[in-house]
Design a protein around this ligand. Structure first.
Ligand code: EPZ
Length: 427
């Protein structure tokens, strides 16, 4: 099991870029299955992430031909011939649930195992299944498997919660449906806009993404095309917060600042100098942060749950008492016990974490439990006095490409070490 070794206490400084958004590239890859033509789709500058490799494996198993041309991904799905997503791949990456829409649309059938929960919560898929039912699919759940069949028809779907994945799944299903679809109370995240822009590039006719009401014209003939997803706003936020927690100064270029408005406002409230120049953001934190009485996560454009662990790590070093409320997932605080090993003073009560700021973290051996919790621990280790080890970094590498190299280029002392492989007991 690989780990990161960090010698903390060094302020980060300098300028860095950011790779394409994981949470855009995954639904876009699923959406490529909708293209029945022999024309290929070229996705520009795709990050080498664990989740991207998992999705590419699934597409390949379903009959797509996927190849790399440098950092571009070339996809031809004309020979799609399988509607069953292999269990082992389904379980490796739960977000493959939004393959249901394209497979139903293309083949009229899809069979997957239940993706199950993960470290941050149960993550049910009722909104996905109910929505597909409203578009004409017959959905059966039995013994941990889901089978959906039928010829999709357009309709009106109101989501009881603006679920990102359900919005994406229903957009993908509606593209192939007969007739038009309107999704109400849709998620407004930038990744939804990215998916709309991609699908329209290959011939779909969608409008309204980024607002709670999305209209999808069904039955368009799709074709190949070239697309590049947005820069990853969560990785951008993580890099900026690493500059803040180490009391350095970092510029991230090639970003879309308006995707991070909620974070930038909170940083200014905490006393950080924030400058936005075109597609670059610079943060500078010469001293400790001011505590923030209450930070609440929520759907976009609210403060993103995917930056909650990272921001919480910064507040653990702020002057005074802060509170962080996690409203999106029911158990997204696994980073807290690990931060407490480094000296943080945090009390958890249900969805609320109460933090009393401390002056410094001390280095420790900590374990990544999920993607963003792991990123928060790397940031804390960079700020800590002394050395730290972060174990099980495979979680982090699902969503961060070259994170140690990126931080090292900004002055951090961090290396990646392939830990001893867990020898299977053959006795
Ligand atoms: C997407 O997950 C992202 N993943 C998550 O990023 C992100 O945290 C989340 O959206 C919220 O922004 C990808 O895009 C691959 P949801 P998703 O459906 O689609 C409940 C990361 O770190 N819900 O908006 O699963 C659900 O339990 C990951 O990059 C239902 O109840 O998020 C949760 O409480 C983590 N029923 C809330 O909605 C459903 O059918 C938000 O979930 C679906 C969701």
């Amino acid at each position: 099991m690989a780990k990161y070794l960090v010698q903390g206490g060094l302020p980060l400084a300098g300028t860095t870029g950011v790779h394409g958004a994981k949470n855009s590239i995954l639904p876009v890859l699923a959406g490529s299955l909708l293209n029945q033509s022999t024309e290929e789709i070229r996705l520009k500058r795709v990050p080498m992430l664990g989740d991207v490799r998992a999705m590419v494996s699934i597409l390949t198993r379903l009959g797509a031909r996927v190849g790399y041309d440098g950092s571009d991904l070339l996809i031809n799905t004309a020979d799609l011939n399988c509607y069953h997503v292999p269990d082992i791949l389904m379980r490796e990456m739960r977000s493959s649930i939004f393959l249901m829409g394209p497979l139903l649309g293309r083949l009229g059938r899809v069979q997957i195992c239940y993706p199950g929960g993960c470290a941050i919560g149960d993550r049910p898929i009722n909104l996905h299944l109910e929505g597909l039912g409203k578009l004409g699919a017959t959905v059966k759940e039995k013994d941990g498997y889901i089978e959906a069949r039928g010829r999709l028809r357009g309709g009106e779907v109101g989501l009881t919660y603006p679920s990102v994945g359900a919005t994406e799944n229903l957009m993908l299903a509606a593209v192939s449906a007969r007739g038009d679809t309107v999704i109400y109370n849709a998620a407004c995240e930038p990744e939804i806009v990215d998916l709309q822009n991609f699908l329209n590039t290959i011939g779909a006719n969608i409008s309204g993404a980024g607002t709670p009401r999305i209209r999808i014209r069904g039955g368009c003939d799709l074709h190949g095309g070239t697309y590049r997803v947005f820069p990853d706003r969560i990785v951008t936020g993580t890099l900026l917060l690493a500059g803040v927690i180490t009391r350095g100064s970092i510029t991230v270029t090639g970003v879309i600042p308006e995707h991070l408005t909620a974070l930038l406002e909170l940083l200014r409230e905490a006393g950080v100098t924030v400058e936005v120049n075109g597609n670059a953001i610079t943060v500078e934190a010469a001293g400790p942060l001011k505590a923030i009485p209450r930070v609440v996560t929520g759907p976009y454009p609210g403060f993103p749950t995917d930056l909650q662990p990272q921001f919480l790590a910064c507040l653990a070093l702020a002057q005074g008492e802060s509170n962080v409320v996690e409203r999106v997932f029911e158990s997204r605080f696994h980073h807290i016990p690990e931060l407490c090993k480094m000296g943080a003073q945090i009390e958890l009560s249900g969805p609320q974490a109460r933090l009393r700021g401390v002056d410094r973290f001390k280095g420790a051996v900590v374990r990544a439990t999920d993607l963003r919790a792991g990123a928060a621990l790397v940031m804390a280790a960079l700020a800590a006095a002394g050395n730290s080890e972060i174990l099980e970094v495979k979680h982090i590498e699902r969503g961060y490409d070259q994170l140690p190299e990126t931080f090292a280029a900004l002055g951090a002392r961090i290396t990646r070490e392939e830990g001893a492989r867990r020898e299977l007991s053959l006795r």
